[in-house]
Design a protein around this ligand. Structure first.
Ligand SMILES: CC(=O)N[C@H]1[C@@H](OP(=O)(O)OP(=O)(O)OC[C@H]2O[C@@H](n3ccc(=O)[nH]c3=O)[C@H](O)[C@@H]2O)O[C@H](CO)[C@@H](O)[C@@H]1O
Ligand SMILES: C=C(OP(=O)(O)O)C(=O)O
Length: 419
Protein backbone atom coordinates (compact mmCIF):
# COMPACT_ATOMS: atom_id res chain seq x y z
CA UNK A 1 0.00 0.00 0.00
CA UNK A 2 1.47 3.39 -1.01
CA UNK A 3 2.36 5.99 1.61
CA UNK A 4 3.53 9.58 1.48
CA UNK A 5 6.70 10.69 3.25
CA UNK A 6 6.74 14.42 3.93
CA UNK A 7 9.55 16.49 5.44
CA UNK A 8 7.86 19.60 6.75
CA UNK A 9 8.93 23.20 7.10
CA UNK A 10 9.57 24.30 3.51
CA UNK A 11 7.79 27.34 2.09
CA UNK A 12 6.02 26.78 -1.25
CA UNK A 13 6.84 28.86 -4.36
CA UNK A 14 5.85 28.79 -8.02
CA UNK A 15 2.84 27.68 -10.06
CA UNK A 16 0.38 24.80 -9.98
CA UNK A 17 -2.05 23.86 -12.75
CA UNK A 18 -5.45 22.87 -11.37
CA UNK A 19 -7.14 19.83 -12.94
CA UNK A 20 -10.76 19.32 -13.98
CA UNK A 21 -13.26 18.76 -11.17
CA UNK A 22 -13.80 15.22 -9.92
CA UNK A 23 -17.37 16.06 -8.95
CA UNK A 24 -18.15 17.30 -12.47
CA UNK A 25 -16.23 14.56 -14.30
CA UNK A 26 -18.16 11.72 -12.60
CA UNK A 27 -21.72 12.85 -13.53
CA UNK A 28 -20.56 14.03 -16.96
CA UNK A 29 -19.03 10.63 -17.79
CA UNK A 30 -22.35 9.04 -16.75
CA UNK A 31 -24.28 11.59 -18.87
CA UNK A 32 -22.68 10.02 -21.97
CA UNK A 33 -25.08 7.09 -21.37
CA UNK A 34 -27.92 9.41 -22.45
CA UNK A 35 -26.94 9.34 -26.13
CA UNK A 36 -25.94 6.86 -28.85
CA UNK A 37 -23.69 9.53 -30.39
CA UNK A 38 -20.01 10.16 -29.49
CA UNK A 39 -19.19 12.25 -26.41
CA UNK A 40 -15.78 13.82 -25.84
CA UNK A 41 -14.79 15.21 -22.45
CA UNK A 42 -11.64 17.30 -22.03
CA UNK A 43 -9.85 18.45 -18.86
CA UNK A 44 -10.66 15.03 -17.35
CA UNK A 45 -8.61 14.65 -14.15
CA UNK A 46 -6.37 11.59 -13.69
CA UNK A 47 -8.07 10.04 -10.69
CA UNK A 48 -8.93 6.61 -9.42
CA UNK A 49 -12.63 7.60 -9.34
CA UNK A 50 -12.48 8.45 -13.05
CA UNK A 51 -10.83 5.05 -13.75
CA UNK A 52 -13.60 3.36 -11.76
CA UNK A 53 -16.29 5.21 -13.76
CA UNK A 54 -14.63 4.25 -17.06
CA UNK A 55 -14.57 0.62 -15.89
CA UNK A 56 -18.24 0.82 -14.90
CA UNK A 57 -19.17 2.20 -18.34
CA UNK A 58 -17.11 -0.49 -20.11
CA UNK A 59 -18.89 -3.20 -18.11
CA UNK A 60 -22.11 -1.90 -19.70
CA UNK A 61 -20.66 -2.31 -23.20
CA UNK A 62 -19.79 1.38 -23.57
CA UNK A 63 -16.56 2.36 -25.32
CA UNK A 64 -14.82 4.70 -22.89
CA UNK A 65 -11.12 5.42 -23.41
CA UNK A 66 -8.58 8.04 -22.48
CA UNK A 67 -6.68 9.38 -25.47
CA UNK A 68 -3.01 8.30 -25.42
CA UNK A 69 -1.91 11.48 -27.19
CA UNK A 70 -4.06 13.77 -24.99
CA UNK A 71 -4.45 12.06 -21.62
CA UNK A 72 -6.88 14.72 -20.36
CA UNK A 73 -9.35 13.74 -23.11
CA UNK A 74 -11.82 10.87 -22.81
CA UNK A 75 -13.92 9.61 -25.74
CA UNK A 76 -17.14 7.76 -24.92
CA UNK A 77 -19.53 5.95 -27.21
CA UNK A 78 -22.66 4.45 -25.68
CA UNK A 79 -24.27 3.32 -28.95
CA UNK A 80 -24.20 -0.34 -27.90
CA UNK A 81 -25.14 -0.63 -24.22
CA UNK A 82 -25.29 -4.34 -23.38
CA UNK A 83 -25.94 -4.18 -19.61
CA UNK A 84 -27.91 -1.76 -17.42
CA UNK A 85 -26.34 -2.79 -14.16
CA UNK A 86 -23.86 -1.27 -11.68
CA UNK A 87 -22.59 -4.04 -9.45
CA UNK A 88 -21.78 -3.87 -5.74
CA UNK A 89 -18.07 -4.49 -6.47
CA UNK A 90 -17.80 -1.11 -8.17
CA UNK A 91 -20.38 0.87 -6.20
CA UNK A 92 -18.68 -0.05 -2.91
CA UNK A 93 -15.42 1.53 -4.14
CA UNK A 94 -17.17 4.65 -5.47
CA UNK A 95 -20.54 5.92 -4.27
CA UNK A 96 -20.90 8.21 -7.29
CA UNK A 97 -21.67 5.06 -9.36
CA UNK A 98 -25.28 5.81 -8.34
CA UNK A 99 -25.13 8.50 -11.07
CA UNK A 100 -25.80 5.87 -13.77
CA UNK A 101 -29.32 5.33 -12.38
CA UNK A 102 -30.93 8.46 -13.92
CA UNK A 103 -29.37 8.15 -17.40
CA UNK A 104 -30.02 4.38 -17.71
CA UNK A 105 -33.62 4.71 -16.62
CA UNK A 106 -34.24 7.70 -18.89
CA UNK A 107 -32.75 6.14 -22.04
CA UNK A 108 -33.52 2.42 -21.61
CA UNK A 109 -36.42 2.36 -19.14
CA UNK A 110 -34.55 0.08 -16.75
CA UNK A 111 -31.59 0.01 -14.40
CA UNK A 112 -30.19 -2.15 -11.62
CA UNK A 113 -27.78 -0.34 -9.32
CA UNK A 114 -26.28 -1.55 -6.07
CA UNK A 115 -27.21 0.51 -2.99
CA UNK A 116 -24.06 2.38 -1.94
CA UNK A 117 -24.35 1.83 1.84
CA UNK A 118 -22.64 4.07 4.42
CA UNK A 119 -19.10 5.41 4.18
CA UNK A 120 -16.35 6.94 6.34
CA UNK A 121 -18.03 10.37 6.54
CA UNK A 122 -21.67 9.47 7.13
CA UNK A 123 -24.60 7.18 6.35
CA UNK A 124 -25.33 8.94 3.03
CA UNK A 125 -28.65 7.39 1.93
CA UNK A 126 -29.96 7.80 -1.65
CA UNK A 127 -33.66 7.92 -0.76
CA UNK A 128 -34.13 11.30 -2.48
CA UNK A 129 -32.81 9.95 -5.80
CA UNK A 130 -35.32 7.09 -5.53
CA UNK A 131 -38.21 9.29 -4.40
CA UNK A 132 -37.64 11.70 -7.31
CA UNK A 133 -37.56 8.94 -9.92
CA UNK A 134 -40.72 7.41 -8.43
CA UNK A 135 -42.38 10.82 -8.79
CA UNK A 136 -41.44 10.61 -12.50
CA UNK A 137 -43.33 7.33 -12.74
CA UNK A 138 -40.54 4.77 -12.26
CA UNK A 139 -41.39 1.52 -10.48
CA UNK A 140 -38.63 1.00 -7.97
CA UNK A 141 -37.95 -1.92 -5.66
CA UNK A 142 -34.97 -2.38 -3.37
CA UNK A 143 -34.07 -6.05 -2.94
CA UNK A 144 -30.92 -7.96 -2.08
CA UNK A 145 -28.95 -4.72 -1.83
CA UNK A 146 -29.92 -3.52 -5.31
CA UNK A 147 -32.17 -0.75 -6.61
CA UNK A 148 -34.28 -2.18 -9.47
CA UNK A 149 -35.92 0.59 -11.50
CA UNK A 150 -38.31 0.25 -14.45
CA UNK A 151 -40.52 2.49 -16.54
CA UNK A 152 -42.05 2.72 -19.99
CA UNK A 153 -41.03 6.35 -20.31
CA UNK A 154 -40.36 8.71 -17.42
CA UNK A 155 -42.87 11.54 -17.03
CA UNK A 156 -42.00 15.06 -16.00
CA UNK A 157 -42.90 15.90 -12.38
CA UNK A 158 -42.57 18.57 -9.74
CA UNK A 159 -39.98 17.34 -7.22
CA UNK A 160 -38.94 18.97 -3.96
CA UNK A 161 -36.12 17.09 -2.27
CA UNK A 162 -36.17 16.91 1.56
CA UNK A 163 -32.66 18.34 1.69
CA UNK A 164 -30.26 19.84 -0.82
CA UNK A 165 -28.47 16.93 -2.49
CA UNK A 166 -25.75 17.33 -5.10
CA UNK A 167 -25.74 13.91 -6.80
CA UNK A 168 -29.50 13.70 -6.19
CA UNK A 169 -30.02 16.89 -8.22
CA UNK A 170 -27.68 15.58 -10.94
CA UNK A 171 -29.35 12.17 -11.15
CA UNK A 172 -32.84 13.70 -11.36
CA UNK A 173 -31.72 16.28 -13.93
CA UNK A 174 -30.25 13.49 -16.11
CA UNK A 175 -33.46 11.46 -15.72
CA UNK A 176 -35.68 14.44 -16.59
CA UNK A 177 -33.93 15.48 -19.82
CA UNK A 178 -35.45 12.50 -21.70
CA UNK A 179 -38.75 12.37 -19.77
CA UNK A 180 -42.10 13.26 -21.31
CA UNK A 181 -43.08 16.82 -20.36
CA UNK A 182 -41.77 19.28 -17.79
CA UNK A 183 -39.87 18.57 -14.59
CA UNK A 184 -39.37 21.17 -11.88
CA UNK A 185 -36.61 20.46 -9.35
CA UNK A 186 -37.14 22.56 -6.22
CA UNK A 187 -34.52 22.82 -3.47
CA UNK A 188 -31.92 21.94 -6.12
CA UNK A 189 -28.22 22.02 -5.30
CA UNK A 190 -26.29 24.99 -6.73
CA UNK A 191 -22.72 23.69 -6.61
CA UNK A 192 -20.79 24.82 -9.76
CA UNK A 193 -20.60 21.21 -10.97
CA UNK A 194 -24.39 21.28 -11.51
CA UNK A 195 -24.48 24.19 -14.00
CA UNK A 196 -21.44 22.58 -15.67
CA UNK A 197 -23.40 19.33 -16.15
CA UNK A 198 -26.47 21.30 -17.29
CA UNK A 199 -24.40 23.15 -19.89
CA UNK A 200 -23.09 19.84 -21.23
CA UNK A 201 -26.65 18.45 -21.43
CA UNK A 202 -27.89 21.62 -23.18
CA UNK A 203 -25.16 21.19 -25.82
CA UNK A 204 -26.50 17.63 -26.28
CA UNK A 205 -29.96 19.09 -27.02
CA UNK A 206 -31.54 19.15 -23.55
CA UNK A 207 -33.88 21.97 -22.53
CA UNK A 208 -32.86 23.20 -19.08
CA UNK A 209 -33.32 26.54 -17.31
CA UNK A 210 -32.50 27.76 -13.83
CA UNK A 211 -29.38 25.61 -13.31
CA UNK A 212 -27.15 27.28 -10.73
CA UNK A 213 -30.27 28.33 -8.77
CA UNK A 214 -32.45 26.33 -6.37
CA UNK A 215 -35.18 25.80 -9.00
CA UNK A 216 -34.32 23.93 -12.18
CA UNK A 217 -36.84 23.60 -15.03
CA UNK A 218 -36.39 20.79 -17.53
CA UNK A 219 -38.47 20.25 -20.65
CA UNK A 220 -37.98 16.63 -21.72
CA UNK A 221 -36.88 15.88 -25.31
CA UNK A 222 -37.13 12.66 -27.39
CA UNK A 223 -33.39 12.17 -27.87
CA UNK A 224 -30.01 13.73 -27.17
CA UNK A 225 -26.99 14.00 -29.47
CA UNK A 226 -23.21 13.88 -29.05
CA UNK A 227 -21.12 16.65 -27.49
CA UNK A 228 -17.60 17.89 -26.82
CA UNK A 229 -17.37 19.44 -23.36
CA UNK A 230 -14.55 20.82 -21.20
CA UNK A 231 -14.85 20.01 -17.48
CA UNK A 232 -14.91 22.95 -15.05
CA UNK A 233 -11.77 23.36 -12.85
CA UNK A 234 -11.73 21.54 -9.51
CA UNK A 235 -12.57 24.15 -6.85
CA UNK A 236 -11.77 21.73 -4.03
CA UNK A 237 -8.33 20.88 -5.42
CA UNK A 238 -7.70 24.65 -5.78
CA UNK A 239 -8.93 25.30 -2.23
CA UNK A 240 -6.67 22.54 -0.91
CA UNK A 241 -3.59 24.14 -2.52
CA UNK A 242 -4.64 27.58 -1.19
CA UNK A 243 -4.76 26.15 2.35
CA UNK A 244 -1.44 24.32 1.88
CA UNK A 245 0.37 27.50 0.79
CA UNK A 246 -1.29 29.69 3.44
CA UNK A 247 -0.28 27.17 6.14
CA UNK A 248 3.26 26.37 4.92
CA UNK A 249 3.98 29.95 3.81
CA UNK A 250 5.20 31.07 0.38
CA UNK A 251 3.86 32.55 -2.84
CA UNK A 252 2.06 30.34 -5.35
CA UNK A 253 -0.15 31.02 -8.37
CA UNK A 254 -2.82 28.47 -9.28
CA UNK A 255 -3.44 28.34 -13.04
CA UNK A 256 -6.77 27.28 -14.61
CA UNK A 257 -8.53 27.92 -11.30
CA UNK A 258 -11.85 29.72 -10.68
CA UNK A 259 -11.76 32.13 -7.73
CA UNK A 260 -15.49 32.88 -8.20
CA UNK A 261 -16.25 29.26 -7.18
CA UNK A 262 -14.30 29.65 -3.93
CA UNK A 263 -15.62 32.90 -2.46
CA UNK A 264 -16.39 31.47 1.01
CA UNK A 265 -12.98 29.77 1.33
CA UNK A 266 -11.07 32.80 0.03
CA UNK A 267 -12.90 35.11 2.48
CA UNK A 268 -11.88 32.86 5.37
CA UNK A 269 -8.27 32.66 4.16
CA UNK A 270 -8.15 36.48 4.04
CA UNK A 271 -9.64 36.64 7.56
CA UNK A 272 -6.82 34.30 8.61
CA UNK A 273 -4.27 36.79 7.21
CA UNK A 274 -3.26 35.28 3.84
CA UNK A 275 -3.00 37.59 0.82
CA UNK A 276 -5.07 36.45 -2.15
CA UNK A 277 -5.34 37.99 -5.62
CA UNK A 278 -7.19 36.54 -8.57
CA UNK A 279 -8.08 36.93 -12.25
CA UNK A 280 -10.52 35.12 -14.52
CA UNK A 281 -8.57 31.84 -14.48
CA UNK A 282 -5.87 32.21 -11.82
CA UNK A 283 -5.53 32.66 -8.05
CA UNK A 284 -2.37 33.83 -6.27
CA UNK A 285 -1.85 33.14 -2.56
CA UNK A 286 0.93 34.62 -0.42
CA UNK A 287 1.77 34.31 3.24
CA UNK A 288 4.92 34.84 5.32
CA UNK A 289 3.58 34.97 8.87
CA UNK A 290 1.65 32.97 11.44
CA UNK A 291 -2.05 32.96 10.55
CA UNK A 292 -5.00 33.76 12.83
CA UNK A 293 -7.36 30.86 13.65
CA UNK A 294 -10.70 31.31 11.85
CA UNK A 295 -13.96 29.50 12.55
CA UNK A 296 -16.55 28.51 9.95
CA UNK A 297 -19.67 26.48 9.36
CA UNK A 298 -19.99 24.12 6.41
CA UNK A 299 -23.13 24.36 4.33
CA UNK A 300 -24.43 24.04 0.78
CA UNK A 301 -22.89 26.18 -2.01
CA UNK A 302 -22.22 29.10 -2.03
CA UNK A 303 -21.40 28.71 1.70
CA UNK A 304 -18.22 27.06 3.00
CA UNK A 305 -17.93 23.55 1.43
CA UNK A 306 -17.82 20.45 3.60
CA UNK A 307 -15.16 19.14 1.19
CA UNK A 308 -12.80 21.91 2.48
CA UNK A 309 -13.50 21.45 6.20
CA UNK A 310 -10.61 19.07 6.97
CA UNK A 311 -8.01 21.05 5.00
CA UNK A 312 -8.97 24.38 6.65
CA UNK A 313 -8.91 22.68 10.04
CA UNK A 314 -5.26 21.66 9.41
CA UNK A 315 -4.45 25.35 8.85
CA UNK A 316 -6.29 26.37 12.04
CA UNK A 317 -4.22 23.82 14.00
CA UNK A 318 -1.06 25.96 13.67
CA UNK A 319 -2.71 29.40 13.70
CA UNK A 320 -2.83 31.85 16.58
CA UNK A 321 -6.03 31.70 18.67
CA UNK A 322 -9.02 29.38 18.75
CA UNK A 323 -11.41 28.41 15.94
CA UNK A 324 -14.86 26.91 16.20
CA UNK A 325 -15.79 24.71 13.24
CA UNK A 326 -19.30 23.33 12.64
CA UNK A 327 -19.97 20.55 10.13
CA UNK A 328 -23.61 20.59 9.03
CA UNK A 329 -23.59 18.28 5.97
CA UNK A 330 -22.20 14.94 7.16
CA UNK A 331 -22.62 13.45 10.64
CA UNK A 332 -19.22 11.79 10.88
CA UNK A 333 -16.76 14.03 9.08
CA UNK A 334 -14.18 14.45 11.84
CA UNK A 335 -12.15 11.28 11.32
CA UNK A 336 -9.04 13.39 10.67
CA UNK A 337 -9.21 14.98 14.13
CA UNK A 338 -7.53 12.15 16.04
CA UNK A 339 -4.80 11.90 13.41
CA UNK A 340 -4.15 15.69 13.60
CA UNK A 341 -3.99 15.29 17.39
CA UNK A 342 -1.25 12.65 16.87
CA UNK A 343 0.73 15.44 15.16
CA UNK A 344 0.33 17.66 18.24
CA UNK A 345 -2.88 19.55 17.37
CA UNK A 346 -5.29 20.56 20.15
CA UNK A 347 -8.84 19.82 19.01
CA UNK A 348 -11.98 18.94 20.93
CA UNK A 349 -15.07 17.63 19.22
CA UNK A 350 -18.56 17.93 20.67
CA UNK A 351 -21.21 16.63 18.28
CA UNK A 352 -21.09 18.64 15.07
CA UNK A 353 -18.63 21.19 16.45
CA UNK A 354 -14.85 21.04 16.70
CA UNK A 355 -12.90 23.59 18.71
CA UNK A 356 -9.34 24.00 17.50
CA UNK A 357 -6.83 25.73 19.74
CA UNK A 358 -3.87 26.72 17.58
CA UNK A 359 -0.41 25.54 18.61
CA UNK A 360 2.88 27.12 17.46
CA UNK A 361 4.20 23.91 15.87
CA UNK A 362 3.10 20.39 14.91
CA UNK A 363 5.52 17.48 15.13
CA UNK A 364 5.81 14.85 12.40
CA UNK A 365 4.53 11.30 13.01
CA UNK A 366 2.93 8.40 11.15
CA UNK A 367 -0.76 9.03 10.54
CA UNK A 368 -3.49 7.21 8.71
CA UNK A 369 -5.79 8.64 6.04
CA UNK A 370 -9.44 7.69 6.54
CA UNK A 371 -11.16 9.42 3.63
CA UNK A 372 -10.34 11.69 0.73
CA UNK A 373 -10.31 15.16 2.32
CA UNK A 374 -9.01 13.81 5.64
CA UNK A 375 -5.98 12.63 3.66
CA UNK A 376 -5.49 16.10 2.20
CA UNK A 377 -5.64 17.67 5.66
CA UNK A 378 -2.93 15.29 6.88
CA UNK A 379 -0.73 16.22 3.91
CA UNK A 380 -1.13 19.93 4.78
CA UNK A 381 -0.31 19.19 8.42
CA UNK A 382 2.75 17.20 7.29
CA UNK A 383 3.97 20.16 5.19
CA UNK A 384 4.06 22.40 8.27
CA UNK A 385 5.09 19.84 10.91
CA UNK A 386 8.56 19.60 12.32
CA UNK A 387 10.45 16.51 11.01
CA UNK A 388 9.00 13.62 9.04
CA UNK A 389 5.35 12.72 8.58
CA UNK A 390 4.22 9.49 6.95
CA UNK A 391 0.65 9.46 5.63
CA UNK A 392 -0.57 5.89 5.29
CA UNK A 393 -3.51 4.58 3.19
CA UNK A 394 -3.25 7.25 0.52
CA UNK A 395 -5.45 5.30 -1.87
CA UNK A 396 -8.13 7.67 -0.55
CA UNK A 397 -6.09 10.62 -1.87
CA UNK A 398 -5.63 8.97 -5.28
CA UNK A 399 -9.40 8.67 -5.56
CA UNK A 400 -9.81 12.44 -5.82
CA UNK A 401 -6.51 14.32 -6.33
CA UNK A 402 -4.66 14.38 -9.66
CA UNK A 403 -0.96 13.74 -8.89
CA UNK A 404 -1.02 15.74 -5.69
CA UNK A 405 2.51 14.92 -4.56
CA UNK A 406 3.98 15.72 -8.00
CA UNK A 407 2.22 19.09 -8.00
CA UNK A 408 3.41 19.81 -4.44
CA UNK A 409 7.00 18.82 -5.31
CA UNK A 410 6.79 21.25 -8.24
CA UNK A 411 6.29 24.13 -5.79
CA UNK A 412 9.09 23.07 -3.46
CA UNK A 413 7.56 20.59 -1.00
CA UNK A 414 9.71 17.70 0.19
CA UNK A 415 7.21 14.91 -0.42
CA UNK A 416 7.68 11.41 -1.82
CA UNK A 417 5.49 8.41 -2.51
CA UNK A 418 6.81 5.23 -0.93
CA UNK A 419 5.60 1.95 -2.42
C1 LIG B 1 -19.52 12.94 -6.32
C2 LIG B 1 -19.94 14.16 -5.59
O1 LIG B 1 -20.38 15.14 -6.19
N1 LIG B 1 -19.78 14.16 -4.27
C3 LIG B 1 -20.12 15.34 -3.50
C4 LIG B 1 -21.60 15.32 -3.22
O2 LIG B 1 -21.89 14.11 -2.52
P1 LIG B 1 -23.40 13.64 -2.40
O3 LIG B 1 -24.15 14.07 -3.59
O4 LIG B 1 -23.37 12.19 -2.06
O5 LIG B 1 -23.90 14.46 -1.16
P2 LIG B 1 -25.37 15.05 -0.94
O6 LIG B 1 -25.38 16.47 -1.39
O7 LIG B 1 -26.33 14.13 -1.60
O8 LIG B 1 -25.53 14.94 0.62
C5 LIG B 1 -25.97 16.00 1.43
C6 LIG B 1 -26.66 15.44 2.65
O9 LIG B 1 -27.92 14.90 2.27
C7 LIG B 1 -28.06 13.57 2.72
N2 LIG B 1 -28.85 12.83 1.70
C8 LIG B 1 -28.52 12.94 0.39
C9 LIG B 1 -29.24 12.27 -0.58
C10 LIG B 1 -30.33 11.48 -0.20
O10 LIG B 1 -31.00 10.84 -1.01
N3 LIG B 1 -30.64 11.40 1.13
C11 LIG B 1 -29.91 12.06 2.09
O11 LIG B 1 -30.23 11.95 3.27
C12 LIG B 1 -26.63 13.05 2.85
O12 LIG B 1 -26.53 11.95 3.72
C13 LIG B 1 -25.92 14.30 3.35
O13 LIG B 1 -26.09 14.41 4.74
O14 LIG B 1 -21.95 16.45 -2.42
C14 LIG B 1 -21.33 16.47 -1.12
C15 LIG B 1 -21.85 17.68 -0.38
O15 LIG B 1 -21.42 18.84 -0.98
C16 LIG B 1 -19.81 16.48 -1.29
O16 LIG B 1 -19.23 16.32 -0.03
C17 LIG B 1 -19.33 15.35 -2.20
O17 LIG B 1 -17.97 15.56 -2.54
C1 LIG C 1 -16.96 13.19 -0.23
C2 LIG C 1 -16.35 13.33 -1.40
O1 LIG C 1 -16.57 12.57 -2.50
P1 LIG C 1 -17.61 11.38 -2.75
O2 LIG C 1 -18.97 11.96 -2.76
O3 LIG C 1 -17.20 10.90 -4.10
O4 LIG C 1 -17.41 10.39 -1.64
C3 LIG C 1 -15.35 14.40 -1.64
O5 LIG C 1 -15.06 14.67 -2.83
O6 LIG C 1 -14.85 14.99 -0.67
Amino acid sequence: MDKLLIKGGRPLQGEVVISGAKNAALPELCAALLTAEPVTLTNVPRLQDVNTTLKLLRMMGVQAERSEAEPDTVAINASNVTSREATYDLVKTMRASILVLGPLLARFGEAKVSLPGGCAIGSRPVDQHIKGMQAMGAEITVEHGYIHAKTRRLKGARITTDMVTVTGTENLMMAAVLAEGETVLENAAQEPEIPDLAEMLIKMGAKIEGHGTSKILIQGVERLGGVAHRIVPDRIEAGTFLCAVAAAGGDVTLRRARADHLDAVIDKLRDAGATIESGADWIRVKNDKRLRAVGFRTSEYPAFPTDMQAQFMALDCIAEGTARITETIFENRYMHVNELVRLGAKIEVDGHTAVVQGVPQLSGATVMATDLRASASLVIAGLVADGETVVDRIYHLDRGYDQMETKLRGIGADIQRIK
